[in-house]
Design a protein around this ligand. Structure first.
Ligand code: NAD
Length: 255
């Protein structure tokens, strides 16, 4: 039995993964705003430190997997919370957990999105994220003032950061990968459906999914479980699309 830590594990995809891992006999620690095993607001450095300290205390002998799944939708306010949670909290916590992951030949599975390569993004914002400059990235995204650009750019930076760091982490004995879910029935999606500007486009997109509609969280969780498990032990640096065929439909020439 192994230990896994999941941020955003109180709801949606993170909760489905937690339940699946526990059903297989693993130990799971969830970190979330208020309903996790550990309560921490990952949008700021105090909450991130609280989460990191709690994970280190809980798994001093090592972690088999770390999944920074906490995320905010494009409609979240204020806009700066989107990169702070979706990108910076994920990277800062992964970096701080290297030693624990290394101890148990573990892996970190980042949660990107199929929207990241598909939709327009702001290059300076993505570059700022990749440079690790949270202040500058926030200033840039506030000047643009578009939540979708913030969401897509954060997820794009996350997948790029993962690809850039695969070799370094492999040398530490850690596998880095990302999952890129498509539209999934969670609170996050509901918040977008309820938005007067983005709601209809999101509903139309759901109708276009080749498999016939949005995923339920367990469908994403089962693919994540595979990526975290022994069957995936030679998989490094993959951005694994689990989206009912949307990425292949919209970007057939890319792989
Ligand atoms: P969700 O809203 O059901 O769950 C997100 C969780 O993150 C919640 O439990 C929430 O409390 C937590 N969270 C948010 N802000 C936090 C903060 N500051 N500190 C700590 N925890 C915080 O959403 P979901 O759809 O399950 O999303 C999980 C991940 O999947 C996110 O990273 C999201 O971007 C990604 N994703 C979702 C979809 C989708 O269609 N739902 C598609 C692609 C990617």
């Amino acid at each position: 039995m192994s230990k896994f830590a999941i941020t955003g594990g109180a709801r949606g995809i993170g909760l489905a993964l937690r339940d699946l891992l526990i059903s297989e006999g693993h130990d799971v620690l969830t970190i979330d705003l208020s309903e996790g095993d550990v309560s921490a607001d990952l949008s700021n450095s105090i909450g991130r430190k609280k989460a990191i300290d709690a994970i280190k205390k809980w798994a001093p002998e090592g972690l088999k997997g770390y999944i920074p799944c906490a995320g905010l939708p494009p409609v979240a306010t204020p806009i700066e919370k989107i990169p702070s949670v979706n990108f910076f909290s994920a990277i800062e916590t992964v970096e701080s957990l290297q030693a624990l992951l290394s101890m148990d030949a573990g892996s970190a599975l980042l949660v990107a999105s199929n929207s990241a390569p598909m939709l327009p993004h702001d290059h300076p914002f993505v570059v700022g994220c990749l440079a690790g400059d949270e202040e500058k990235s926030i200033a840039q995204i506030k000047s643009i003032g578009d939540g979708h650009i913030a969401y897509v750019g954060s997820k794009r930076a996350l997948a790029m950061w993962m690809r850039r760091n695969v070799v370094y982490y492999a040398k530490l004995g850690i596998r880095l990968n990302a999952i890129a879910p498509g539209i999934t029935q969670t609170d996050l999606t509901k918040q977008v459906y309820d938005d007067p500007k983005l709601g209809q486009a999101m509903k139309d997109f759901e109708k276009s999914v080749p498999s016939g509609g949005a995923a339920t969280p367990d469908k994403i969780a089962s693919a994540m479980n595979f990526m975290l498990g022994e069957s995936a032990r030679f998989i490094y640096g993959a951005v694994f699309f689990v989206d009912g065929g949307s990425d292949a439909m919209l970007r057939p020439e890319h792989f």
